[in-house]
Design a binder for this molecule. Sequence first.
Ligand SMILES: *Cc1c(COP(=O)(O)O)cnc(C)c1O
Length: 220
Amino acid sequence: MSQITKNVKKILAELPPGVELEAAAKGRSPQEILEAIEAGVKIIGENYVQEALVAYQVIGARAKWHFIGHLQRNKVKKAIEIFDMIETLDSLPLAEEIEKRCRLKGKVMPVLIEVNSGREPQKYGVLPEEVEDFVRQITDFSHLQVLGLMTMGPAFGDPEEARPYFQETRRLFERLKSLALPRVEMKYLSMGMSNSYRVAIEEGANLVRLGTILFGPREY
Ligand SMILES: *Cc1c(COP(=O)(O)O)cnc(C)c1O
């Protein structure tokens, strides 16, 4: 059994019921991604549209494709051809572009709102205090469907330090759910990476994005 196969099986056995595994595949070859899929991964997360297109040529619809990087508006047209979900909706102009392109294609794109839970100026994502207004602004975009929230949170050596950011994102998630906005279905809370997924799950994550722990160390 290859190392990737072993890693995937171990994580799948460990995740509690209701928590979905997403393999964060940046920098990995289509072959490595296929190994992960054969071992049981059902969702692939990609940060770069170009890299995803290359992998998609080989893998196609054998997995669901989630976009987890910063999506530039000029990449939306290509992105909507292969992605099943965009987890990183972070601005109104981007929402408008996805709405426009999906309307032309007759497609509805599931999206998560990326929350900049650490309020880090250099990071993308909607500030926690602005998420509710943002969601209200896009509820009548009929070619987008809001399905939840995603956050990275600040990077820490000790995952315990990430806990308050996951907690805040969870509170926002519950608040939005309680509002029961039209066409908004708060279903996914995407939080946690290789070093923090256990804490993220304790704080309510039901979609964890794992790269290193599945594929080994990477160059970028
Ligand atoms: C790379 C990446 C991950 C996975 O990171 P690891 O630390 O390798 O598990 C998760 N989410 C996003 C958005 C990423 O870019």
